[in-house]
Design a protein around this ligand. Structure first.
Ligand code: AKG
Length: 201
């Protein structure tokens, strides 16, 4: 498996590898059975919505995370998540502290434009954030848009079993999203493994 690195300028980069999880459908089925995936409420400008996807947050003890005005305490690592974290460590040499699981049940489920730039994230948010994103199940579009020039965008197709690593200043200078699609698509489970600054020391 080869990670192909792409430079986004000003210290931002991403790297993509296909076939990181060859048995991705089986791994996804096991994780969906294992994880306490729920549709979380999300408050934006005083209005509360349900997230258009199911989520579950896991990590080392003490890795609390702030997102959209809420504090999330991670649930413990599960056997399936630990196996993927260990596989990532063997491939990339990095041991991640937390993971956010997102289950997109179909084309109506999506992720709005955002950057993972919270100050808790390591090695040193926002200038240097390392995120490993593992996709299982159906292929979905993943779009990176530069903050200062929205015409500057990169569209990736994240197929089942792929690994996308975003690093350096990508979370400072770019936002990313997973758009809705009218195309009939099956479920997709995405796992974003993150470094937690305090845990990294
Ligand atoms: O589903 C994806 O590929 C993206 C997930 C994501 O952006 C996130 O967890 O912050």
């Amino acid at each position: 498996m080869e990670l192909e690195r792409h430079d986004l300028g000003r210290g931002a980069w991403y790297a993509l590898a296909l076939g990181f999880v060859p048995d991705h459908e089986a791994v996804m089925a096991a994780l969906v059975a294992e994880l306490p995936l729920v549709q979380e409420p999300l408050t934006i400008a005083g209005k509360t919505y349900l997230t258009p996807r199911l989520t579950s947050w896991h990590g080392d003890p003490g890795c609390a995370y702030r997102y959209s005005g809420r504090v999330f305490e991670p649930s413990p690592w599960t056997p399936g998540l630990t196996a993927l974290r260990d596989r990532l460590e063997a491939t990339t040499g990095v041991r991640y502290h937390t993971v956010l699981a997102n289950l997109y049940r179909g084309g109506d489920d999506a992720m709005g434009a955002h950057a993972d730039n919270e100050r808790e994230l390591g090695p040193a948010a926002p200038d240097d954030v390392l995120i490993a994103s593992v996709s299982l199940g159906a292929e979905r579009r993943f779009v990176l848009v530069r903050n200062k020039d929205r015409a500057d965008r990169v569209e990736l197709l994240l197929g089942g079993g792929s690994l996308l690593v975003m690093g350096g200043a990508t979370q400072r200078d770019w936002r990313h999203h997973v758009p809705r699609t009218k195309r009939p698509v099956g479920p997709r489970l995405n796992l974003t493994f993150r470094l937690f600054r305090a845990a990294a020391g």
